[in-house]
Design a protein around this ligand. Structure first.
Ligand SMILES: Cc1ncc(COP(=O)(O)O)c(C=O)c1O
Length: 465
């Protein structure tokens, strides 16, 4: 038997990751506000709240106290056999924030589960109301909805069919309305809507259960912000054919200047809005599928819906979620996301103007991205084997910045850095983030350009400061 790799027993989650990426992972030993501290003493500004998640940063006293108080009063009780006040309180607040049409919240332990729960609920409703033929789902390419088997099959990810195809039911994919490289945002929206109609016709409208989309993209599209006509027309198309519109707001809720991105256009409201990540902001695993009281009632009054997980609506997670909502409401963090987002965006645009690598700055509120290009004149994509964002992430660690990117589709739709700091970040820290990003890019750019074979001297990073 060969030697076991270090560590011989257990190890951290990355024992499963590709060897090439593991060496760069910092070991975090502490957290304070928007900063994480690693075992080398580096103090890292968390530029994307982990994966768009830790919206209140580290160590929020109110949330921690609420969890402790809840745990002391009632640690756990099962949602299939009992009720409890923390569940009722969280869903009451969610319904108040979401507004008419989304009065009920089915709680889960995370995002993928919540997306799946939304589809199961819609399927149960279709069957209960006499439409058992509705089972097909349409989603966007590129897109991301999770890592359970069924959400993997929803993901707009070209790698899915070969790896997971035999285990899951693939959704029908239509092109996402990507704005960068399109003739215009409107043209991209028009093309996606035409593709949606064509997909519905191809499948047969009576077979289609739901169209699932991110109203503002996350990691899979580099925060693509579709032209507003896209969501509105998708709503009209779905309504015309009796298809349910599901907004995956797991990344974008709380960040775009509204509680839900859907609330930017009341005429494009979905049938289901799915939340997770920022909902309990890293303090507890929590997700939610929001639906209308009418839909929930129709299911409950007929077949009923009893699909559940043991941790659904767990008291401590509910208490964490309610305390997060308290913080967000009291400190007006949703409004502040719009204001601080502008400040960050201005800084990013200044950096982009001077950089040979940044082809686009986009996003809404505190949900932003920089698209990296191999050639700024032509917006050329990086080669399949390249991972420019990973190079920048590595340099970020030496310049006090924890960055997030995840290369999906082997860069076929682009490469990007995702910028979505905790919502409680203040103005000086936004400026610090920009400063650290500037020095990070200056250090990383020569290495990235060298890998493309382009002359390094053309880049701003080579210019003396
Ligand atoms: C848009 C979107 N949907 C769903 C998910 C899945 O959420 P989770 O990782 O909590 O299962 C993610 C996670 O990154 C996401 O970005």
């Amino acid at each position: 038997m060969g030697l076991l790799p270090f560590p011989p027993l257990g190890g951290t989650q990355d024992v499963f990751f590709p060897r090439s990426s593991v060496g760069d992972l910092p070991t975090i030993v502490a957290g304070e506000g928007v900063y994480l501290v690693d075992d080398r003493g580096r103090r890292l500004l968390d530029a994307c709240s982990g994966p768009f998640l830790a919206s209140l940063g580290q160590g929020n006293e109110r949330v921690l106290q609420a969890m402790l108080a809840q745990g002391r009063r009632l640690t756990y009780t099962y949602s299939r056999t009992t009720r409890h006040a923390a569940n009722a309180e969280l869903t009451r607040r969610l319904a108040m924030l979401a507004g008419p049409g989304l009065e009920r919240a089915h709680l889960t332990s995370g995002g993928s589960e919540a997306v799946e729960m939304a589809l199961k609920l819609l399927r149960a409703h279709a069957v209960a109301t006499g439409h058992p033929e509705r089972h097909r789902v349409i989603s966007l390419m590129p897109g991301y909805h999770g890592a359970t088997l069924q959400t993997l099959a929803l993901n707009g990810d070209v790698g899915v069919p070969a790896l997971w195809g035999p285990l899951a039911v693939e959704s029908e994919k239509i092109p996402a309305p990507l704005t960068f490289r399109a003739p215009s945002a409107q043209a991209a929206a028009d093309a996606s809507c035409a593709a949606l109609e064509a997909a519905i016709a191809r499948i047969g409208p009576e077979q289609v259960l739901a169209f699932v989309m991110e109203p503002v993209g996350g990691q899979a599209s580099g925060v693509n912000v579709p032209h507003p006509s896209f969501a509105r027309r998708a709503r009209q198309i779905c309504t015309r054919y009796g298809i349910r519109l599901v907004f995956d707001e797991i990344v974008c809720a709380f960040r775009t200047g509204r509680f839900l991105a859907a609330q930017h256009d009341p005429e494009a409201m979905p049938d289901v809005a799915v939340l997770a990540k920022g909902l309990a902001a890293g303090y507890a695993p929590l997700g939610a599928a929001l639906v209308s009281a009418a839909l929930a009632e129709e299911v409950a009054a007929t077949t009923g819906f009893t699909v559940s997980h043991s941790y659904d609506a767990s008291p401590i997670a509910c208490a964490a979620g309610a305390a997060v909502l308290d913080e967000i409401t009291e400190h007006r963090l949703i409004d502040r996301a719009a204001v601080l987002g502008e400040r960050l965006r201005n800084g990013l645009e200044r950096i982009a103007a001077a950089s040979a690598l940044i082809g686009d700055v986009r996003g809404r509120g505190l949900l932003l991205a920089l698209e990296l290009v191999a050639d700024k004149q032509t917006s050329q994509l990086f080669a399949e084997h390249a991972d420019p964002a990973a190079v920048i992430r590595r340099h970020g660690l030496d310049h006090g910045l924890l960055l997030y990117s995840r290369r999906q589709n082997r860069g076929r739709y682009g490469d990007w850095l995702l910028i979505a700091p905790p919502l409680m970040i203040d103005e000086p820290t936004c400026d610090e983030l920009i400063d650290r990003l500037e020095t990070t890019l200056a250090a990383a750019t020569p290495e990235i350009l060298a890998s493309t074979g382009r002359p390094v001297t053309l880049d701003f990073a080579a210019t003396p400061e």
